[in-house]
Write a protein that binds this ligand. Structure first.
Ligand code: ATP
Length: 232
């Protein structure tokens, strides 16, 4: 008698939304590679890039209109078959301090209860997740996915973040099939690129040659045209 394997897999949510927030000063290939990786793993139907308004943890950030324009240019360079790419201005439009938890509440209301919504981030943010405003409430609205990053050790988590991860860790299949509340860490990428390094490198001629390889060409053109980062 033939034995039929029972595949115990919940159906994916029809809408699978990934949100990548950032200062994006500038948006770079690290962000885009991370985004592509999670589009693949979570089989996202929509990728939302969310430039921050005035990030409360950073100072001396370029004007929002520049960061928004660079994010739009980068979004246009992303070729992702069947994925809607949105550049959201919610955080830029909001006055004063903006908190991710409020942004996620907005996206949950917008996408409905059944959508799988995932907040994407790099390890540098994950290792300080407990410093985020009302961080435990993030899981009421979304899953959290983390990508490894050069220089940040995900084994060195604050105890409360580690405990939350142990409680909530799940596979990408589970994240795809449920609306919120789980976590997943992908350890396949270790991208040694940062906006800080790009801004610093852009100030010298030799540095610029390297920096321009780390952003989409349209983003580099924008940086040069608008004299951002004292480019040489
Ligand atoms: P800065 O150097 O100015 O602090 P950044 O390069 O970290 O900037 P952000 O815009 O602050 O860029 O990052 C947005 C999100 O992308 C964060 O969640 C961050 O962890 C993630 N990220 C940025 N660069 C990388 C990278 N190289 N690898 C993995 N995640 C990254």
């Amino acid at each position: 008698m033939a034995v039929t394997a029972v595949v115990n897999q919940a159906a994916p949510c029809p809408k699978r939304v990934g949100l990548l927030g950032g200062t994006f000063d500038p948006i770079h290939n690290g962000h885009l590679t991370l985004a592509r990786r999670f589009v693949e793993l979570l089989q996202l139907t929509e990728l939302v890039l969310l430039p921050a308004g005035q990030p409360w943890q950073k100072e001396g950030v370029s004007a929002p209109e520049h960061r928004l324009a660079m994010t739009r240019a980068a979004a246009a360079s992303l070729m992702l078959d069947g994925v809607t790419i949105t550049v959201a201005t919610d955080e830029i439009d909001r006055q004063g301090d903006t908190y991710t938890v409020d942004t996620l509440a907005h996206w949950r209301a917008r996408e409905g209860d059944d959508a799988s919504i995932t907040l994407l981030m790099g390890a540098d943010q994950f290792v300080k997740l407990n410093s985020w405003h009302q961080w435990m409430r993030l899981f009421d609205y979304a899953h959290v996915c983390v990508e490894t990053r050069a220089g940040f050790d995900i084994a060195q988590l604050p105890a409360e973040v580690a405990a939350e991860f142990a409680r909530r860790r799940a596979t990408p299949e589970i994240l795809r099939a449920s609306p919120h509340g789980h976590m997943f860490i992908d350890e396949t990428l270790l991208l040694d690129v940062s906006a800080t390094a790009i801004r610093e490198a852009a100030r010298t001629k030799s540095g610029s040659a390297e920096a321009r390889t780390q952003v989409p060409s349209t983003v580099w053109d924008y940086i040069v045209q608008h004299h951002l980062y004292q480019t040489r």
